[in-house]
Design a protein around this ligand. Structure first.
Ligand SMILES: NC(=O)c1ccc[n+]([C@@H]2O[C@H](COP(=O)([O-])OP(=O)(O)OC[C@H]3O[C@@H](n4cnc5c(N)ncnc54)[C@H](OP(=O)(O)O)[C@@H]3O)[C@@H](O)[C@H]2O)c1
Length: 450
């Protein structure tokens, strides 16, 4: 299979060229703008005649996402007009085209990963130029694959990973947007997908309806969903005391002599208590406080927790609360950075659902919050996970806030998380695969060690 790759020098094109020697069935001819300018019909024809490819791969593009807002003419000239010219020229010779496109064809409002059938609604000039380019390619060449990808990174070219590493090396503080979600895609991984598609197209599988739009990106997302508090008032002194105690216990360098405990005047109407727990304590104060709050709940228990491996007492408290008519809801992660904890937690789903507890798994971000709001007035935010290790073996700190105003904000945050979560249905849950059950069973055996 002979590939003509437009856009040599680009990250994807380079990764394709680097992968080709390892694939005996692939001859990769990557051409830069000087030999193949996708905005020039004659240049395209010359390159096609010279190389006689079996497949054209278009990785040439205008990729300056932000600049496109003020440079739309150039963005459209490349991403729409150039893409169309290349697809037309390939079509005239009966050659299929794999055209690279972008996640920017979506507006990013969906909380879970986009699939090919989701309607594309770009929110930016760049996104519009890519979407219109896709449509032009589809119209120009019936033998097309539009391959949408996202957040490509590799050792070459400009990309987010390199920019961050560079900034971290040069600056003490790095400022980054934190409201954007994405699936980073390692260029060599993307290339594996491109080459597999090219093979199938070459083998004629495409003739049986494989043409069309595909998504190919790394799995998982980078954005974490966490909850932070800014606390003012006398309780800050308590937090300071806990911090200094832990600092000393860790035998860190002595702190500089300063006034660490200035007089703090009251702020706001909420009552706040700082609760710390350490492995030296006979029991976890935070655990007892939470169990007692659940035990006293009359209306609702809304828990959000990233690491959920409950002990029998917590399980009982939740089920008993649900049994006496309290609306008990848990938002847990839909995916995780700790597989064992994730599956060990899931092994308790059936019992909880049967006991009337409502379960939700958060999508769209890696859930890292550890919060609770009970009856709209008792709330906690902190580092304590709902797992054994957190209760017994970790140094943790939580703020417990009593107040309706704060409770309302916590309930609103809970509702927003629920909207981005999938409700777990008992009947469907019971139909999960044997593989998942084995993972849960194995993880649960390890549960006490977590
Ligand atoms: N990078 C990402 O994060 C990402 C994410 C989603 C989708 N994609 C898509 O994946 C594709 C490849 O991305 P990439 O990261 O490899 O892009 P890139 O590194 O910016 O490379 C784009 C290449 O296009 C070339 N080019 C510009 N104008 C041209 C023209 N008129 N004729 C021929 N070549 C021209 C550029 O050459 P010069 O160097 O000479 O300008 C450059 O080598 C693009 O369609 C992009 O939209 C990328």
């Amino acid at each position: 299979m002979r590939l003509l790759i437009a856009g040599w020098q680009g990250q994807v094109a380079r990764a394709l060229v680097e992968a080709a020697p390892g694939c005996p069935d692939v001859t990769a001819c990557a051409v830069g703008r000087a030999a193949l300018d996708i905005c020039e019909a004659r240049s395209i024809d010359r390159a096609l005649s010279r190389i006689e490819p079996s497949i054209v791969i278009n990785s040439a593009a205008y990729t300056a996402v932000d600049k496109a807002e003020t440079d739309s003419k150039r963005a459209f000239a490349l991403n729409h007009d150039g893409a169309r010219l290349l697809a037309e020229a390939a079509a005239r010779r009966g050659i299929p085209i794999i055209h690279l496109s972008s996640d920017y064809v979506y507006d990013g409002r969906k909380a879970s990963p986009y699939v090919e059938t989701d309607p594309a609604r770009p929110a930016t000039v760049f996104g519009r130029s890519k979407l219109e380019g896709e449509q032009a390619v589809q119209q120009a060449n019936p033998k097309h694959v539009v391959l949408r990808t996202a957040w490509v990174f590799s050792p070459s070219g400009r990309n987010f990973v390199k920019t961050m590493l560079g900034q971290a090396a040069e600056q003490e503080r790095v400022r980054v947007v934190d409201d954007q979600h994405g699936s980073p895609t390692y260029a060599p991984h993307l290339v594996t997908a491109i080459l597999e598609l090219a093979r199938r197209l070459s083998a004629g599988t495409g003739e049986q309806g494989a043409w069309g739009i595909y998504h190919a990106a790394g799995t998982g997302t980078t954005t974490w969903r966490d909850t932070h508090l800014r606390i003012e008032g006398p309780v800050v002194g308590e937090l300071q005391k806990l911090f200094m105690g832990t600092w000393e216990k860790q035998r860190a360098n002595p702190l500089a002599l300063k006034d660490y405990f200035p007089e703090l005047s009251p702020h706001g109407n909420d009552m706040v208590r700082a609760i710390g727990s350490t492995p030296d304590d006979a029991y976890s104060l935070m655990y007892l406080t939470l169990i007692s709050a659940i035990g006293n709940a009359v209306r609702e228990v809304y828990l959000t927790n990233a690491y959920f491996v409950p002990d029998p007492q917590l399980l009982k408290a939740l089920v008993v609360a649900a049994g006496r008519g309290v609306d008990v809801r848990l938002i847990l992660p839909g995916h995780t950075d700790s597989e064992i904890v994730f599956h060990a937690g899931r092994s308790h789903y059936s019992g909880l659902l049967e006991g009337g507890v409502k379960l939700y798994e958060r999508g769209g971000a890696l859930l890292h919050s550890k919060t609770a709001v009970i009856d709209g007035v008792w709330s906690t935010v902190g580092s304590t996970n709902l797992d054994w290790r957190s209760f017994l073996d970790n140094d943790e700190i939580n703020a417990v806030v009593i107040g309706r105003e704060f409770g309302d904000r916590m309930r609103a945050a809970f509702a927003a998380d629920m909207a981005a979560s999938e409700a777990i249905d008992l009947a469907r849950w019971e139909q999960r695969s044997l593989l998942l059950r084995i993972k849960e069973w194995t993880a649960r055996l390890w549960g006490r060690l977590l």
